[in-house]
Design a protein around this ligand. Structure first.
Ligand SMILES: Cc1cc2nc3c(=O)[nH]c(=O)nc-3n(C[C@H](O)[C@H](O)[C@H](O)COP(=O)(O)OP(=O)(O)OC[C@H]3O[C@@H](n4cnc5c(N)ncnc54)[C@H](O)[C@@H]3O)c2cc1C
Length: 457
């Protein structure tokens, strides 16, 4: 193990946290047990990080880089022997280049701060998800986060033009180019994006931006069948002239649970329907966009696809609708032992998959506390959550659902990554040859296995 005094020499004593100060903080967003680690180092810049990793590499010291610790797969879980590295001091955001529509950002910057900085210059950073206020750019890139607007702007990977990162031995790879087209050999950035801190440490990126929309229109739609939901997605994608930015599905059990918990049961839509969708379009001409949105929702109703609809008439109402979709606090209290799945599936197989999960749970885990299904339907991504009264039976439920994901040709991790939580189930989505190739890359880039050991593979 490295000597913390050597680390203090490198980054300054004030920037090393250990002992009770470290133990006081919870491990991550979900796990409230105290953080176990040798210490936490906060380098000031890429040079300090490079020196720090060089030292750790020489001594075979295991390290875990952390951002906001909002990941949902125990990706930053440490042991008493691990050195944690936080990039919170690398959080600078350059002035956006308004003509080129790019911005250069440090990996420690908070996602919401990047969004706000870009909006101030009339630009949009195309990444948004519930943990925006705590998650960092480095974490979002390392997990290749998706979120609410992937339908319009793509996932984290799609926002990156250039990347700087540091290898396990301290070598700095800097390719902070602003080019859309750059076919100069292997595109190394894509190795590090989505690798959950196992191949290198991301320190900085040049991000691609978009014009900031000037109008937003939001509706909650109720549906009698899944087919009608799928057809409406196609209709809106086409008839909203490319302005559709979110299409978030909620199965009835989740929707009504949150309406009861958050709005005292006062649903924005009367009656009970099997499916609800929160959809949003963002455009550039307020009056035209509102009229178009209303007419497309009206057309979906006329065609008998949408059974009922509410269009938000104020930003307060819009926030209330989003709260039903985004707020998980009541769910976290309900599911004492929570078991969640983040699945990609072909659109045409989603309904049968969810029906099968419900049937299998009721047969094989009859003490389950319910089944909540929601997700980013426009990206083919569902979040499926259940709970048990006690942890006993958890692995049986995992085995059962991962088996069904495989059977339906899905992916066991759509956007949250693999971390520790899904590592042992990777074979459900990747072949032995693919996992062996991942291992080959890991061994080549991190031969001593010091970067986030035990995660992903
Ligand atoms: C309420 C809530 C809602 C969420 N919604 C979504 C959603 O809609 N879509 C989605 O995709 N995710 C979602 N997430 C998951 C989470 O927010 C993302 O995974 C996020 O990108 C993680 O960022 P972070 O800074 O917290 O990273 P951390 O959790 O700190 O780290 C995540 C992983 O990245 C690695 N890492 C962190 N920084 C670096 C770096 N600089 N270089 C290399 N590796 C690094 C860590 O080692 C770890 O493996 C949600 C989480 C919460 C709590």
């Amino acid at each position: 193990m490295v000597d913390l005094d050597d680390i203090r020499q490198l980054v300054g004593a004030r920037n090393v946290v250990d002992g009770p100060a470290l133990r006081q903080r919870p491990q991550d967003f979900w796990i409230h047990a105290p953080t176990e680690a040798l210490g936490l180092a906060r380098p000031a810049d890429v040079q300090e990080l490079s020196a720090l990793l060089g030292l750790c590499h020489a001594q075979g010291q295991a390290v875990i880089v952390e951002g906001g610790r909002t990941n949902l797969v125990s990706a930053t879980q440490s042991t008493a022997e691990t050195l944690l590295i936080s990039l919170d001091r690398l959080d600078d955001i350059d002035a956006p280049d308004r003509q080129a529509m790019t911005v250069e950002v440090g990996a420690g910057a908070i996602v919401e701060t990047i969004q706000q900085r870009c909006v101030a210059d009339g630009l949009r950073f195309g990444l948004d998800f519930g943990a925006r206020g705590s998650a960092t750019l480095g974490g979002a890139l390392s997990t290749n986060a998706g979120g609410f607007q992937a339908l319009r702007y793509g996932v984290a990977r799609d926002q990156v033009l250039g990347l700087e990162c540091v290898l396990a031995d301290g070598t700095v790879l800097s390719h902070l180019t602003p080019f859309v087209k750059d076919n100069t050999g292997y595109d190394l950035k894509h190795l590090f994006i989505g690798s959950e801190g196992t191949l290198g440490v991301i320190t900085r990126a040049v991000l691609k931006l978009h014009p900031a929309p000037q109008s937003v229109n939001t509706a909650l739609l109720a549906f009698g069948s899944f087919d009608a939901v799928a057809e409406t997605l196609g209709l809106m994608g086409r008839d909203l002239h490319g302005t559709l930015s979110s299409f978030e599905i909620m199965w009835a059990e989740f929707f009504h649970f949150n309406v009861d918990a958050l709005l005292n049961g006062r649903s924005p839509i009367t009656g009970r329907f099997p499916y609800y969708v929160l959809c949003e379009s963002e455009g550039f001409e307020a009056d035209v966009d509102a009229a178009l949105f209303e007419s497309v929702v009206g057309r979906a109703i006329e065609k008998g696809l949408v059974a009922d609809a509410v269009i938000a008439s104020s930003s307060r109402q819009r926030q209330e609708l989003w709260k039903i979709r985004e707020d998980f606090e009541a769910e976290m209290r309900l599911f004492t032992t929570m078991i969640d799945f983040d699945v990609s599936l072909p659109l045409g197989r989603m309904e049968a998959f969810v029906d099968d999960v419900a049937r299998c749970l009721n047969e094989d885990a009859p003490d389950n506390l319910g089944l909540h299904v929601l997700g980013h339907l426009g990206d083919g991504n569902l979040h499926v959550t259940t709970g048990l009264p006690t942890p006993e039976g958890k692995s049986e439920v995992r085995r059962l659902v991962y088996g069904l994901i495989s059977h339906y040709g899905g992916s066991i991790s759509a956007e949250h990554g693999v971390g520790l939580a899904k590592r042992d189930y990777l074979h459900h989505s990747r072949t032995a040859a693919e996992v062996a190739t991942m291992r080959l890359l890991k061994n080549a880039l991190d031969p001593k296995g010091i970067l986030n050991p035990g995660k992903v593979i």
